[in-house]
Structure formats: C-alpha cells, structure tokens
Ligand binder design. Structure first.
Ligand code: G
Ligand code: G
Ligand code: MN
Ligand code: NA
Length: 248
C-alpha cells in the first residue's frame, strides 16, 4: 500500500524518468533503435528499479497512467531521432480496452510516426487472456505499430503461440544469449529459434550482449540487432542525441 501511494505521488511530482538503451545493427554496429526503460528517482535517493515497482503498479492499476506517461514522454523525446522506438507494455495495459485508443491519441498528440514505434510484450501478457490480447494487438497493428515478443527463451512460447500472434520481432532473452555462448546444446536451441523466427518473417534482437565473443556468436547465428552493455547502457535522452550526431 505504501509503495503504491509513493508511486501515485511520483507520477504527480514528476519523479519518473525515461532512459534509452540503443540497439545496433549486428553488422554495421550503427544505432537502429532505442528501448525506453523507466527510472524512478525518489526524493530520498533510495531508487527502486522497474522490476520492483512495475509489479506493484500492475496490481493497483496505476500502470495504466504510468504506461501512458512513458509512451508520451518517449514519443516526444524520440521524435527527432529518426530511428525506431521500443516501449515495454504490461499485461494490465494490454488488457485495458482503452489502451489502443489511448495509444492512437498519444501518437496523434506527439506526431510520432506509428511505423517507427514498437511495443514490447512478454508471453505472460498473452497467455492470461489471449482473446482480449489478440483484439488489442489487432487494433495496435491497425495504427501501424509493430509488436515485439520480449524475453524469448525464458518461458513456454511455442510454435503455435508464435503463429497465432505473428510478432514482427523477437527479442532473445539475455539468459539465452549468455548461456549459448558457453553451452553447445543451448546454442543449437538458439539457432533453431532464430531459423523459426526467420521462417515466420520475424526480425531478431539479441539482448544483454556484454562481450565481443557473445556479439560474434549472435551475429553469426543470424541476429539482426544487438542490445547490451558491450555497445550501450541505458542513458538519458540528451546522451542519445549526442551518440546519433557522433555517428554521422
Ligand atoms: O531497465 P531494467 O533492467 O531495470 O528493467 C527491468 C524490467 O522492467 C525489464 O523487464 C523491463 O522490461 C521492465 N520495464 C522497464 N521499463 C518499463 C516500462 O516503462 N513499462 C513496463 N511495463 N516495464 C518496464
Ligand atoms: O525485460 P527487458 O528485456 O525489457 O529488460 C531489459 C533490461 O536489461 C533493462 O533493465 C536493462 O537495464 C538490462 N540490460 C540491458 N543490457 C544489459 C546487459 O548487457 N547486461 C545486463 N546484465 N543487463 C542489461
Ligand atoms: Mn524489453
Ligand atoms: Na528481456
């Protein structure tokens, strides 16, 4: 309850920030996209990560207001970057029938091009209520926004599941990337996941790449994009602009 009240106050007093982690092309290593990652700077300095406070906000329903705030902030920041923007969406947001309309409104208000926006969802978002989720995703796609399956390799996502939801993109979870670099049978599984994604016309991002060895491995495995500390950690909006200017 206490944390939930703190979150309400945080929204009101603008204690949230959005940081951005660039994704690079696996071959050219140029920045092709950013993932928006929510940060909370509490006045007492005791910062909490989204892995701690997002579940609390989901429980109370406050995630709808926080999620809308993140989308509006991120679309405003990324408007002039000319690259794709990826935003994480919670199960509770996807279940909210207002969500697709809210999203359309934010795109209109900010002028952000829908074809440059991607929503990252996890499979738990979809298994809880697949019919509602599918309808929401259809509406989202109708706006021209892509849908990305996040954290792939940590759950139970099956071929049937991938066929049903036809994601535009798959993000291989960090644990799969890290373990594949040292375990041959896991590497074989990762390779077959990538060929399956290819067969379904999905692009693939490898997450959590921290070493050159991992980067070489996921690149030769056929990943299109790489995200991880080897290239960039999450950073404030101003720094993204600097990196983009430095690249051209
Ligand atoms: O950035 P970090 O590693 O601390 O993120 C931890 C978790 O919080 C990740 O699973 C990430 O997807 C999630 N997360 C970060 N920002 C957001 C957000 O704006 N909305 C939602 N729903 N999840 C987020
Ligand atoms: O669940 P999701 O994939 O949205 O979470 C992304 C999280 O992974 C963010 O909290 C981000 O800070 C973290 N992250 C990004 N790159 C790396 C990395 O190279 N190593 C580790 N350990 N974490 C990373
Ligand atoms: Mn994500
Ligand atoms: Na992940």
């Amino acid at each position: 309850r206490d944390l939930d009240n703190d979150l309400r106050a945080a929204l009101l007093h603008e204690e949230f920030r959005v940081h951005y982690q660039p994704l690079v092309d696996s071959r050219t290593r140029h920045i092709v996209a950013v993932e928006a990652l929510l940060r909370w700077q509490r006045p007492d300095g005791r910062d909490l990560g989204p892995d701690v406070f997002i579940p609390v906000a989901e429980e109370s329903g406050l995630i709808n207001a926080i999620g809308a705030w993140v989308l509006r902030r991120a679309c405003t920041d990324a408007l002039r970057w000319g690259i794709k923007l990826s935003v994480n969406i919670s199960a509770a947001q996807l279940r909210n029938p207002e969500f697709p309309f809210q999203l359309g409104q934010i795109l209109e208000e900010t002028g952000f091009p829908p074809e440059r926006l991607e929503l990252e969802i996890t499979e738990t978002c979809l298994v809880l209520d697949p019919l509602v989720a599918e309808r929401s995703l259809d509406l989202v796609r109708g706006l021209g926004v892509d849908v990305v399956l996040d954290d792939f390799g940590t759950g139970y996502a099956s071929i049937g599941f991938l066929r049903q939801f036809r994601f535009e993109k798959l993000k291989l979870d960090r644990s799969l990337v890290v373990d594949s670099a040292v375990d041959e049978s896991l590497r074989a599984m990762m390779l077959s996941s990538i060929s399956m994604a290819r067969a379904l016309k999905m692009r693939v991002t490898a997450e959590g790449v921290e070493t050159e060895d991992q980067a070489a491995m996921v690149r030769s495995a056929g990943c299109d994009h790489i995200q991880g500390w080897l290239f960039f950690a999450p950073m404030p909006a101003g720094e993204v602009a600097q990196h983009l200017t430095a690249e051209v």
